[in-house]
Design a protein around this ligand. Structure first.
Ligand code: FAD
Length: 290
């Protein structure tokens, strides 16, 4: 089923993101995570992809195929293009087709230090139209409620997002955010710009100190005072911090659903305990049958 078709069922779509295990762990280790995530019956699970192929392409495809075959859950393969050529994308699309994986999150990816970018795809929109020309894939795209770091302004970023949707992106997943007002402002601008595809809100439960530090340094998400106070108060108490991070994510979701969000995409960080706590906490809010 195409992911864009899931938004007609009268409730927000509820989905998870996982990443392939590191090279030092066996690929099978992901199935311990998926066995548990599968019981939570998300509408779909997406699987990330290494920007430079530092995670083998086949891992993402294998895991996506496994999600469908083993659990009967729809999957979405992330695919980056900044270091890809048309030939390398063709091979991946063939593989995806053979393994019956027909939803792709088309991404530019970030340039990896020491690797020259290729010239075939400059933006995710180039990959999107290329995939669309190659068969009947459902294509999704990323969006940034607090502006992508390379964009000069929100206006420019949304104009580029519109190009991506016109190129064929039928559904968008947002970058994580901690201030729902940023998301609401963004959605208003997106709709005014004439972008009418469903937008899922990306929710990252922050449940350990290392994660907080990474968030602050890398993603540029605003940290509302409410969030910072919770994190500071519990940063040296791992159990309390985990509970507080889960509660914060649940609060975000309740507010988003009350405000009519199209869908919720949980960045699970391959942590089924946290995914379960959140799923149980919002199942009636979302109308999701676990
Ligand atoms: P684009 O849509 O190409 O946008 C990137 C920048 O280029 C923006 O500033 C945009 O305004 C600008 N732009 C776009 N089109 C044009 C145009 N036509 N002309 C001029 N400027 C333009 N990375 C990974 O490596 N692997 C993953 O699995 C992965 N998964 C992700 C999942 C989600 C939900 C999100 C939000 C991000 C993910 N990323 C992943 C990170 C992503 O690759 C980076 O954020 C990357 O910097 C941008 O990718 P994009 O697809 O949004 O790029």
């Amino acid at each position: 089923m195409k992911i864009s078709e899931m938004f007609n069922n009268g409730r927000p779509v509820f989905s998870f993101e996982v990443f392939p295990p590191k090279r030092t762990s066996p690929i099978e280790s992901i199935y311990e995570v998926l066995d548990e995530l599968g019981q939570l019956k998300p509408d779909f699970i997406s699987v990330t992809y290494g920007a430079a192929g530092n995670v083998a392409n086949t891992d993402t495809i294998d895991i996506c195929a496994g999600i469908k075959e083993k659990y009967g859950i729809e999957s979405m393969a992330h695919l980056t293009c900044v270091h890809a050529t048309k030939e390398s994308v063709d091979i991946i699309l063939d593989d995806l087709r053979k393994r019956n994986v027909n939803n792709i999150l088309a991404l530019r990816g970030d340039i990896v230090e020491g690797l020259e970018p290729q010239k075939d795809f400059l933006h995710a929109s180039d990959l999107t139209s290329y995939i669309k020309s190659k068969g009947d894939f459902g294509v999704s795209g990323a969006c940034y409620p607090e502006v992508h770091m390379d964009a000069e302004s929100m206006r420019e970023d949304i104009a580029n997002l519109k190009t991506k949707v016109e190129a064929g992106a039928e559904h968008l997943v947002s970058q994580l955010f901690f201030d729902n007002n940023c998301f609401y402002d963004f959605i208003e601008k997106v709709r005014i710009a004439g972008i009418n595809v469903p937008v899922e809100a990306g929710i990252m439960p922050v449940t350990n100190k290392k994660q907080i530090e990474r968030m602050v340094s890398m993603c540029g998400a605003s940290l509302p005072a409410k969030f910072s106070k919770v994190m500071q108060r519990f940063e040296n108490n791992p159990e309390a911090l985990r509970d507080a991070g889960i509660a914060y994510a649940i609060n975000q979701i309740v507010d988003l659903v009350a405000n009519g969000v199209d869908g919720i995409h949980i960045y699970t960080m391959n942590n089924p305990y946290i995914a379960r706590k959140i799923s149980e906490g919002v199942k009636n809010v979302i109308g999701h049958d676990i």
